[in-house]
Design a protein around this ligand. Sequence first.
Ligand code: MN
Length: 274
Amino acid sequence: MIACFCGQPHALGRRALLASAVAAAATAARAQSAPASAGPADPVLIEELVAGNRILYDQNVVDGFGHISVRHNKDPNRYLLSRSMAPALVTADDILEYDLDSNPVNANGRTSYLERFIHGEIYKVRPDVKAIVHSHSPGILPFADTGVKLRPMNHIASFLGDGAPVFEIRATAGPETDMLIRNAALGKALTVTLGNHPVALMRGHGSVAAAQSIRHVVFRAIYTEVNAKVQAEALKLGKPEYLNPKEAAAATKANDGLVDRPWELWKRRAMAKP
Ligand code: MN
């Protein structure tokens, strides 16, 4: 509403219109920097995400570092991820919503994980992926750093297929990075290495696992670590006989229907702890 009491309504009106246009532009800029929320996520999904955080700590996949996200149930262009904190301490109130460029929707002063771009960029290119884990679990590091391929030792780790690819950050960003996926370009480069695989290792860093649900991705993150330890032991004895691609595909199909069984066990143990 433009009001003028000086007898020159048109001149002041123009000035007021200009001020109003500037205010509108500022509002638009604010709207751009804080994307719209998809609305409250399903509380059951939030509860699963909290449990996933606790389980991954209890199973030695994450420690003070690492994170798990899930795609929003109301909007495939949004995902849910804890604010920057140790996974074992995450509660429902710590879960933030992000757009796929990894801008927080509802941060309200809370800080975000530096490496959230891992999640946003994978969700952009993999519509089949509904949940992602990033970790630095120690068992996989020998395979991330030596060129020895991580391959399935048994049917439970069959999702590793013909072996996990390894992301080399130097190929994208040169030899002087801090190794972190701290922007969208590095996240995008990681998705190229991941391709259609469920797991990729990251040289000098850790790994990422992707799957169709929180339960599936937790299963994969845990058994990637277990498999790495078993494979390292086997390599001391001789040349392991890995699952072949047909065995791996058939076993993965069977396992995908069985993830609830270990989930309930892991959850009971992890949630019983303070
Ligand atoms: Mn990391």
